[in-house]
Design a protein. Structure first.
Length: 39
């Protein structure tokens, strides 16, 4: 994915190890990571 010289991107991929849903645990974890990156 080409970006400008002063830009960067972060791609996060997650999936449930067991079953079809993690009940929002991965989404919450990613949101915490993103909040930390913004601080």
């Amino acid at each position: 994915m080409p970006l400008g010289e002063a830009r960067s991107t972060l791609i996060i991929y997650s999936r449930s190890v067991y079953g079809y849903s993690d009940l929002g645990v991965n989404k919450a974890r990613v949101n915490r990571w993103l909040a930390e990156l913004q601080n």
